[in-house]
Design a protein around this ligand. Structure first.
Ligand code: F6R
Length: 251
């Protein structure tokens, strides 16, 4: 697709159609920059219902009712950052997803990275996803390291939600959300690759040249835990949305 905006529109159309068809009860959401145009495009479709059930310009509309009953699960959270801190993924999801889309906050879940017993919190998160009937559609970004969620290179393909150490490259990349790189936590809680692979459909979004290498390794490289995102090749229903720059290293 030509650019991030077009990717966001494509993703929003797809999500809107699944919602309208009653085929989306549980949405997996990612933080970071990549999905933001999709969340914005989706927000613009809310209640844009015209006579033909479409928003302005013919794009599929999204009803408020469908969003109010939608359950959402975030992929990850930093360890040790309280949920009310602006850098926390709790705060990001609240602002960019829950509020923007008018979701019911009690149906939006983010791993508890500030829990005292992190192992118990991880088990509980897996249980919450299972109790919701599993994720129907998972939105994903990809890190320069090839990570999905915060599953850094060498993550087990069958891993479940757990504590991980962030790669130095990821801490550098995410320093832009903190006052300095030293402030970026060393650890995170992330859904495992096994957890992500259980989703009914994957929608991976990447744009910009800095993603080209990781995208090429994920889409055309060998299946290897050294590029965790290469596991998408094994998923039965994975869509990869790219701009020209992110696609530039594909064969
Ligand atoms: C975020 C997440 C990460 C990001 C990835 C890309 O919840 O799980 O895998 O999707 O680091 O980040 P951006 O989109 O900021 O380039």
């Amino acid at each position: 697709l030509p650019d991030a905006q077009a990717i966001g529109e494509w993703a929003a159309d797809h999500i809107a159609r699944r919602l309208a068809a009653g085929r989306l009860q549980v949405l997996g959401v990612a933080t970071g920059s990549s999905p933001l145009p999709a969340y914005d495009a989706l927000a613009r479709r809310i209640d844009g219902t015209g006579a033909e059930g479409s928003a302005e310009g013919g794009a599929p509309a999204v009803s408020r009712e469908a969003l109010e009953t939608l359950t959402a699960f975030a992929l990850d959270e930093y360890v040790g950052i309280e949920p009310d801190r602006p850098e926390s993924y709790h705060a990001v999801i609240r602002e960019e997803v829950t509020e923007k889309l008018g979701l019911d906050p009690s149906r939006v879940h983010v791993p508890e990275g500030a829990a005292e017993d992190l192992e118990a919190a991880c088990r509980h998160y897996e249980q919450l996803i299972a109790d919701a009937g599993g994720v129907d559609l998972q939105i994903l970004g990809i890190g320069a390291t090839g990570h999905l969620g915060f599953n850094e290179p060498s993550s087990s393909f069958s891993s479940r939600t757990r504590v991980k150490t962030l790669a130095p490259q990821t801490r550098r990349d995410n320093a832009r959300f903190f006052s300095s790189e030293d402030e970026v936590p060393l650890h995170c809680v992330t859904q495992g690759l096994g957890t992500i692979m259980d989703a009914g459909e994957l929608l991976l979004i990447a744009y910009g040249e800095h993603k080209a290498e990781a995208v090429a390794r994920a889409v055309e490289g060998p299946l290897t835990s050294m590029c965790p995102a290469s596991i998408i090749q094994w998923h039965h229903d994975a869509v990869v949305l790219l701009d020209e720059a992110a696609a530039s290293k594909l064969e």
